[in-house]
Design a protein around this ligand. Structure first.
Ligand SMILES: [Zn+2]
Ligand SMILES: [Zn+2]
Ligand SMILES: [Zn+2]
Length: 385
């Protein structure tokens, strides 16, 4: 029994020894492989498709040389595949696209800073002389008479940039005049009027020439009738003027249905000077939020129900893209106090309107006049579009 048991034990010991040696060898092989010293077989693919190096073959799609777009600087389209350049970045001085070279524009936004690093050249004083002189390329000003559903006629004054093209989509800026004015206060005007030699459209011409904001067109509205009935102003803007512009010009509105106007609201702005500013608060910001996301108010305020309207249940989903309020420091002090109070009340009580983000309050060293309003509309255009 003892001898047998010892023998079995010895046999066990032998097996253990052999297993240990085998394990050691395996570990060694693994270590060699890990060190890269093991034999590496040729890639299976190469072995299977063994063929002379110069034989024709079908490369994998990923191996094909990538198509490099060759953009035409006149159109921004690739000469090879016809695709449009995404215009991701532009030069801070010229606003030309860094990839295709096409002329683009700055987009400062309400915070006043373009993605190219350039800051909006806002003004707090009268614009320099060139803004009052004919630009090298002058836009077109003209009037149109529109008829509403009740058969009443409404005149509007239009400014189109000199290079207006159906290939470009234009932001729409509706501007309302003050007491005693008319729709062409915001475009061109015969000399010898209260405005003197100032032609406001020259400011738009310069902005377009200097590529200081995205392409836009301006429409001056008549304010008569708006004070008697805010529903009249709403009808004029939403049922007459915007549908007409949608049908007649290349804007962001795809058609003249109310839904199509709403879809373009980020590209529509409403503003005004003096009484026109009152109507912007009283009518546009209270009743036209569905079709406009940008507002600019110069020289006068009107608290009315504007905060209540902006905070109403049905208005909460309507973002405010940009709200600009501007005053002339040499204007009536009472007006300026009211403007400051209304602006800060709106920014503190309407959660989605934030000073310095999508809202700006600017002060210009001028009075209640067109030297102030030319500077104000210049600032507002740069910040809104
Ligand atoms: Zn291409
Ligand atoms: Zn480009
Ligand atoms: Zn820029």
């Amino acid at each position: 029994m003892h001898a047998k048991r010892k023998e079995r034990f010895d046999t066990k010991k032998g097996i253990l020894r052999k297993t240990a040696v085998g394990l050691l060898l395996l570990l060694l092989a693994a270590a060699l492989l890990a060190c890269g010293m093991g034999y590496t077989p040729p890639p299976r693919e190469a072995a299977q498709t063994a063929q002379p190096a110069d034989a024709p073959h079908t490369p994998e799609p990923a191996a094909a040389p990538a198509h490099v777009h060759d953009y035409d600087p006149a159109t921004g389209l690739c000469r090879g595949c016809g695709e449009s350049c995404p215009h991701e970045a532009h030069d801070p001085d010229t606003a030309c696209c860094l990839r295709c070279g096409l002329q683009r524009w700055h987009a400062f936004g309400a915070d006043g800073l373009c993605a190219c690093g350039r800051e909006a050249p806002l003004t707090d004083t009268v614009l320099p002389d060139p803004y009052f002189e004919p630009a090298e390329h002058e836009g077109r000003c003209f009037q149109e008479t529109l008829t509403d559903a009740a058969g009443r006629e409404h005149t509007i004054a239009v400014w189109l940039p000199w290079d207006y093209s159906e290939e470009t989509r234009y932001n729409v800026v509706l501007l309302i005049h003050g007491d005693g004015g008319s729709c062409d206060d915001w475009t061109d005007k015969e000399e010898g009027t209260s405005r003197g030699p100032i032609q406001v459209y020259r400011v738009y011409d310069r902005i377009a020439e200097e590529h200081l904001c995205a392409p836009f067109l301006v429409v001056g509205l008549n304010n008569r009738g708006m004070g008697d009935d805010p529903a009249f102003g709403e009808m004029l803007i939403e049922d007459v003027v915007l549908p007409h512009l949608a049908r007649s010009y290349s804007t962001w509105m795809e058609g003249d249905d109310h839904e199509q106007l709403e879809a373009a609201r980020e590209h529509i702005a409403i503003g005004g000077l003096s009484r026109g500013s009152v109507f912007t608060y009283y009518i546009a910001m209270q009743r036209c939020l569905d079709v406009s996301a940008n507002f600019c108010c110069f020289s006068n305020s009107y608290p009315g129900g504007v905060i209540r309207a902006l905070n109403a249940e049905e208005a909460l989903s309507l973002d405010i893209r940009c709200y600009v309020a501007e005053i002339g420091l040499r204007d009536v002090e009472e007006y300026n106090q009211d403007n400051r109070a209304l602006y800060s009340a709106i920014c503190s009580q309407v959660e989605r309107i934030r000073d310095g983000e999508n809202a700006r309050f600017l002060e210009i060293d001028e009075g209640h006049n067109f030297l102030m309003w030319t500077a104000a509309v210049y600032n507002a255009l740069l910040l809104m579009f």
